[in-house]
Design a protein around this ligand. Sequence first.
Ligand code: HEM
Length: 497
Amino acid sequence: MYLVLISILSILYLIYLIIKKEKNLPPGPTDYSIPIFGHLFSLGKHPQETLLKWCQNRQSDIIHCYFGQKLVIVLNNYDLIKQAFLDDNYSARAQPFIFEEHFHGKGLTYADGERWLIHRKFAMNTLKKFGMGKHFLQDTILDELKDIFLSIDKQNEKPLNIKGLLTHGLSNIICGFAFGQRFSHNDQEFHHIVSLIEECFTLGSHDSWITIFPLLRFIPTQSLRGNYKQFSKNFKEIFKFAKKLVENHDENIDETKDYIDEYLKQANIDKKSNKLDSTFDMDQLITSITNLFIGGTETTSTTLRWAFVYMIENPQILKNVQQEIDSYMNNNKQHNLFIHMEDKEYLPYTLATIFEIQRCGNIATLGGSTMHRNLQATTLNGYNIPKDSYIAANFYACHVDERYFPNSDQFDPTRFLTDDHKPIQRPAGFIPFSIGKKSCPGESLANMELFLFFSNFIRQYDFHAVNKNEEINSKIFYHTSLTRAPFDYKLSFRKRF
Ligand code: HEM
């Protein structure tokens, strides 16, 4: 009886799939798609690399595949990504269950349409007003860095995992901007929240089973639920923390000094003008702040952790950076210990090294907030793209594209320099922050943080890894989840002067 029922249901399902089959899609991978599961089983530990291989096998920079039953269009080169992401039709976000459950289409990252447009513009203007390019922000970043250096010095060259210190300092920069508040390195609650953010980045991914089959969350078996329970618990705690800070924040809309003040001022304007469709409510505020907090913490910290890996792996390049910095600072800034943003233009090799770290580190994967969604059915490169497809820009593929980066597997900062080793050249294919209207709103802040942290670390410390050198091999020493990040490692730091 059951067998007959299952057979009938299977046949009906197959008929449904045949009727539903989209016409003129980009080519599919050579690996088989399994009903219901799609290509999930073939994606492997590093989906960005698998997708690149699938494209190469098909000799096409655009392919389609299925994450469960969700149609995913993979864009594997800069031109296609640019074509799609400069078009408003692609400015919606993929809504995987693990994020949808917490963000409910609000905030910045997972909001769509009019709500996203309004709040994205508000966030960009506020970021500009309180920081980007301003001395005040530079001072905030350098203060955090000084605190980190104090903690390192206290270690007396004892090996330490730098991740916690970096993430704490970088979160504090966002907290200053968002809440007008910073937290000491001894603040246990903040320390805990920062560790939850770190953990979320290793627990979650777009291709996890629970994302495809949300009902699995009710099954008590850990192997089927995966990390869902922990991931979800962490998110709830992070939201609770942001909510508490928003609620305890003094309202001061006459003299705005942070994101919350500025937001409440706008909410007040909407209220006074009886704007019934205003979206400036508390939920939206807490969600936007959580987006900035999560988006602006682990990403920069992971890039900096890649920086140490590449510097240990390439001692000659580290020496070149140190020489450039030493010679500039000794000739021009004897009395100033810290490198500032205005020194950047005199340190082209250092800047080129940061770009190369970003290119090779490739921290943006498909598991973070990077997949888009198209609002209307359309065509791309002659293929049909059905409405609401997930659009996966494979930034990794762009950054190893030999057309833009010859000998792409070599770590070589000079690729970002002109022949006379002076101004920086940024090849179009270099897009660590994505492109278009949904590209990273924190790009300028992240660039400041990367420059100030990296250059000052290199100036002030020699460092070596306590893990065996062969373990810290950038080609194998990483995992892919919400970001592509090196495994944990310990460094011993020695002051250079
Ligand atoms: C090295 C550091 C960083 C990297 C590599 C990075 C990269 C990215 C990428 C690739 C995206 C997706 C863009 C797209 O969908 O096309 C993104 C989105 C986002 N990032 Fe960053 N990011 C970094 C730092 C930051 C910082 C410091 C902040 C906070 C100020 C931030 C906040 C966000 C937010 C809120 C989004 C979602 C934007 C939206 O959907 O409109 N990121 N980031």
